[in-house]
Design a protein around this ligand. Structure first.
Ligand code: ADP
Length: 169
């Protein structure tokens, strides 16, 4: 019991000392992978200054796709959405930094790529809502939920980024 408490305190301290504990789940969807946009998308988050804490390419099991989008279960497009997400490999990412959830949503752009601003990922690279290239969590709670859903603990890396003092006072 004590061990457990000790471990969670240590995590809290590490996160606090980095000054930004917020994390988000970002995913390059199958269309983004097929179109060769993986590097471009990772690069936008890297250059912004967020810290990559997890990264993998894999083929999503159907049950996981269903679970990820459970809130949309009643929507008419839900079956097509699940089919789309499992139609090819995806790239899963966990990003960390202050305000990363809202900032990632801004970098990604609104759901419909035709309405997304130029300069955003969807605004630059998409034309249809059913092929909108990338996913980003919509709240810090969902960020944590989705990171836990898509990554094993052992796939997430705690590391110090040496450029942090050049990004943050
Ligand atoms: P976001 O991904 O921007 O958070 P939502 O959570 O509303 O948007 O929807 C999840 C995903 O479902 C979207 O990214 C998109 O791929 C798909 N989607 C949403 N609305 C539609 C729609 N009307 N038709 C087809 N697919 C949709």
């Amino acid at each position: 019991k004590d061990g457990k408490r000790g471990r969670s305190m240590r995590v809290a301290v590490i996160r606090d000392s980095s000054g930004g504990s917020e994390r988000t789940y970002v995913m390059v969807k199958p269309d983004g992978v097929q179109r060769g946009l993986v590097g471009e998308i990772i690069s936008r988050f890297e250059r912004k200054g967020f810290v990559l804490k997890g990264l993998k390419l894999w083929q999503t099991p159907e049950e996981l796709a269903q679970n990820h989008y459970f809130e949309l279960k009643e929507k008419p497009f839900y079956p097509k959405l699940v089919k789309y997400i499992i139609s090819g490999p995806v790239v899963c990412m966990a990003w960390e930094g202050p305000g990363v959830v809202a900032s990632a949503r801004k970098l990604i752009g609104v759901t419909n790529p035709l309405q997304a601003e130029p300069g955003t990922i969807r605004g630059d690279f998409g034309i249809e809502v059913g092929r909108n290239v990338v996913h980003g969590s919509d709240s810090p709670e969902n960020g944590e939920r989705e990171i836990a859903l898509w990554f094993k603990d052992s796939e997430l890396v705690e590391w110090e980024q040496c450029i942090t003092p050049w990004l943050r006072e």
